[in-house]
Design a binder for this molecule. Structure first.
Ligand code: HEM
Length: 444
């Protein structure tokens, strides 16, 4: 028998523009999926920040993207994000054993008991915040949530936060994620905030290391300060401070999801009623499904970046070695191949599968664990092995505490305002950031 010749590769569709960076910034959440639709392909090539970049969308492409034999993270993130959002030397840019070892630190920091303790602190912080709100005066939920989460995460992590510094640290930690992905003045502010918070966190690490007899496991700050890397050495103080900020910054960023969850409560009154009417047995499941659907339905991070380790062929397309690759998170969360009516807000899709009551053609239901490459608001795959976010449980708990507070404790109304979501903003938010007016009694 003569060996069959290998099939010829399919050409990867290519954007005609010299550079698509401005188009990406103009519509960051839909840029990849809409161009993929135009090209009729899950992959296309474009130039971003003057570098050739392959863009991927969909569950099949997500499975490929998390194959760490083919993709690496070192050097993948653009400088603009390393100088703001990520910092230098943190877990995001590590590969292989070094990554797994550092990641274990984050999985310890976000273990369920630790997250429960933070959730209790957050609930308390919401109550305290409400006592400071004058009844009848408007409160911007985005601002309130960022401050509540800053207070709570610092107290929980063992980070001293004098009252006089609360506004400053809230502002600085917020700028790291709310200003990182844009151009202009706000981006320059984010760079300045990175320098300031790096210095602050480094002082905290150095101070904890200098305290004789501190139990290393006592607080998240101490755990990070005393963490030994894969080589058995303490992390350089500059790197430990980046990892401390990798815990504080995204916890404050959950304020975005808190606002979006409140937005969903308002936009879907039937869902709000269902949460209020749920039986004690069903209430935890109903709340969990609502929170999953908020994370699937609303945008947050548009995409994640890696680069190819070596040349390979996938689905007939030849990927060259060393090429930057972006995986579309928002588009994958809305991919009709994985989600029925992806544009509808339907928390029920996350209920455990009940085959007996399913109608033919209805959506396969099930929790996020059964969808590691189609439910990707915080990355795909497994947190311990891949770069998937270690903070999903933490984000969910903080969202649940906020929802419980809004549903069961706070009397409030929404004044007329612009509730439309600004999809050109990073992260996307309601245009007025969700303003509410606490009623006379404030707390029920
Ligand atoms: C606010 C909601 C959050 C969103 C939307 C979010 C989203 C993400 C995304 C998209 C990634 C990248 C996944 C990848 O590269 O494949 C990531 C990674 C990461 N997240 Fe989150 N995250 C959130 C909250 C948190 C929280 C609360 C923490 C606190 C522990 C956290 C810590 C991290 C860390 C340390 C990484 C890097 C993981 C690695 O490279 O292995 N995130 N997150």
């Amino acid at each position: 028998m003569t060996p069959t010749a290998a099939a010829a590769p399919r050409p990867i569709p290519r954007d005609p523009q010299a550079d698509s960076s401005l188009a990406l910034l103009a519509d960051p959440y839909r840029f990849i999926s809409s161009r993929c639709r135009e090209h009729g392909s899950d992959v296309f090539e474009t130039r971003l920040l003057l570098r050739p970049t392959l863009c991927l969308t969909g569950p099949e492409a997500a499975r490929l993207f998390y194959d760490d034999e083919r993709f690496a993270r070192a050097g993948a993130a653009p400088e603009a994000l390393r100088a703001t959002l990520f910092g230098e030397g943190g877990v995001q840019g590590l590969d292989g054993e070094r990554h797994r070892h550092r990641k274990a630190l984050f999985l310890r920091l976000t273990a369920p008991e630790a997250v429960d303790a933070l959730a209790r602190t957050v609930r308390q912080a919401w109550r305290q915040a409400a006592t400071r709100w004058p009844a009848g005066e408007p409160v911007t939920l985005y601002d309130a949530a960022r401050e509540v989460f800053t207070r709570a995460v610092c107290s929980w992590a063992g980070v001293p936060l004098p009252e006089a510094e609360v506004r400053l640290r809230t502002r600085q930690l917020s700028l790291l994620f709310d200003g990182a992905g844009v151009l202009g003045l706000q981006h320059l502010r984010a760079r300045r905030a990175r320098r300031a918070t790096d210095g602050w966190a480094q002082d905290l690490i150095t101070a904890v290391r200098g305290q004789a007899g501190t139990a290393p496991q006592a607080t998240a700050l101490a755990l990070i300060a005393h963490h030994r890397d894969a080589d058995g050495e303490l992390l350089p103080a500059a790197v430990a401070s980046v990892e401390l900020l990798n815990l504080l910054r995204p916890t404050v960023a959950v304020a975005v999801y808190a606002v979006l969850a409140a937005h969903a409560l308002h936009q879907h009154p039937g869902q709000r009623e269902a949460l209020l009417a749920a039986s004690p047995e069903d209430a935890p499941m109903a709340l969990a499904c609502f929170v999953h659907e908020v994370r699937r339905y609303y945008p947050f991070f548009p995409a994640v970046a890696a680069r190819t380790r070596r040349a390979f062929r996938w689905n007939g397309y030849d990927f060259p070695a060393g090429r930057r690759v972006l995986l579309d998170l928002y588009g994958t969360n809305h991919d009709a191949r994985a989600w029925q009516t992806p544009g509808a807000f339907r928390p029920e899709r996350f209920r455990p599968e009940r085959r007996a009551v399913e109608r033919p053609g209805s959506e396969r239901t099930g929790p996020p664990e059964q969808r590691p490459f189609s439910f990707v608001p915080q990355g795909g795959g497994e947190p311990a092995r891949h770069h998937r976010c270690p903070g999903e449980g933490l984000a969910e708990q903080l969202m649940k505490q906020t929802l419980q507070f809004l549903l069961h404790e706070l009397h409030y109304s929404l004044p007329p305002q612009d509730l439309s979501i600004d999809m050109s903003r990073l992260p996307a938010l309601p245009r007025d950031r969700l303003v509410l007016v606490p009623q006379a009694a404030v707390l029920r």
